[in-house]
Design a protein around this ligand. Structure first.
Ligand code: KG4
Ligand code: ZN
Length: 330
């Protein structure tokens, strides 16, 4: 089944073509240069850039996959959560295309799609599993079962961990998004150089809170006692500890021994190293997406369409032609 996936939920115009879960082409028109001047994403600018990029990026995908529009069997597009104006560009493009080709159309949840990035390619994690999405907009933990039903049990009460990374990066003059730069420096740092707070660690429930950690970090940095490497290593260590606390607890309560990470922050080499160490100690298997499919992409959206198509027929898919974009999952 040839699937065209589209994601315009934030600042990347992404399109991909998969044959079931095999990626034939995947492209992202990044808007980093556009938003870097503002130090963050300007929603209206993002929508306009999606509008001028979307047709081009789909044509590039078709060319790379050596396919034509008539070869597509299914269109699937992210309808939320995200920036509504940005989402509408991809959503309306995808709906129109599916309708005109008279093929199924499925709307995709951006967070579930991140989880599916672990299922692209050959080696799939075991299910059921504990699922952790760590991105610029979300930090959520829950479970995903064998039928790809997702249940979220906790989320950040304030900043997402990627948001903390990008905000401190902005304050300290790192390029946007700060994640890759901060991560690289943290790898050379001493993770025990300073002990930052671990908000909500050991507390009831599964929620996270990172905004106090961000404030504490910025205050400490102002004192000027830590090298860049040490301060970033100590910051990521605090984030890792907060994540592990919830993961180990949820694995204990569910009896699951597999955890599936996804989202842009799961590309962090520092976090991969630290999370692996802790999970190994607890006998928990871990899965990360391939590096290039951690950050926003549309191959993961194709995977979402693949799993939807297993459960819903062509007639049911037509319901999604009426579906709207939405900003927030919770
Ligand atoms: O999943 P994503 O592309 O977008 C959202 O859905 O939010 O995640 C973007 C986030 C940004 O905060 C970025 O700084 C972070 O992922 N990120 C990283 C790395 N690469 C991207 N954080 C830490 N280490 C990285 N290597
Ligand atoms: Zn994302």
């Amino acid at each position: 089944m040839i699937i065209l996936g589209i994601d315009t939920s934030c600042d990347d115009t992404s399109a991909a073509i998969c044959d079931d879960l095999k990626i034939l082409s995947s492209n992202v028109a990044s808007q980093i240069d556009l938003h870097e001047t503002f130090g963050g994403i300007v929603p209206e600018e993002a929508s306009r850039a999606h509008y001028s990029n979307i047709d081009k990026i789909i044509k590039i995908c078709l060319k790379e996959a050596k396919l034509e529009l008539k070869d597509i069997d299914l269109v699937t597009v992210t309808n939320g959560p995200g920036l509504v104006g940005a989402l509408l560009v991809g959503l309306n493009y995808g709906k129109s295309l599916a309708w005109s080709l008279d093929i199924p159309f499925y709307a995709a949840n951006h967070l579930f799609s991140h989880v599916y990035s672990n299922f692209l390619g050959e080696n799939h994690p075991e299910l059921p599993a504990v699922s952790v999405v760590i991105s610029g907009g979300h930090t959520i933990i829950g479970v995903v079962d064998e039928n790809m039903n997702h249940k979220y049990l906790g989320s950040t009460l304030d900043d997402a961990c990627g948001e903390v990374i990008d905000k401190v990066g902005r304050k300290l003059g790192l390029p946007y998004p700060a994640g890759p730069y901060l991560d690289k420096m943290a790898l050379d740092g001493n993770k025990k150089a300073h002990r930052f707070p671990r908000p909500l660690k050991g507390r009831e429930g599964y929620d996270f809170s990172f905004s106090g950690l961000k404030t504490s970090f910025l205050k400490e940095v102002e004192k000027g006692n830590l090298s860049d490497e040490d301060q970033y290593a100590s910051l990521l260590m605090a984030i890792s500890d907060c994540l592990c606390d919830r993961i180990v607890k949820l694995c204990g309560e569910t009896g699951y021994s597999q955890v599936v990470f996804s989202g842009g922050v799961s590309a962090s080499a520092f976090l991969r190293r630290e999370l692996s160490l802790v999970m190994e100690k607890h006998g928990i298997k871990i899965s990360f997406p391939e590096l290039r499919y951690c950050t926003d992409n549309a191959a993961m959206v194709c995977a979402s369409g693949y799993f939807e198509a297993r459960n819903r027929n062509f007639e049911e898919s037509k319901e999604d032609l009426n579906i709207d974009a939405y900003a927030s999952y919770f």
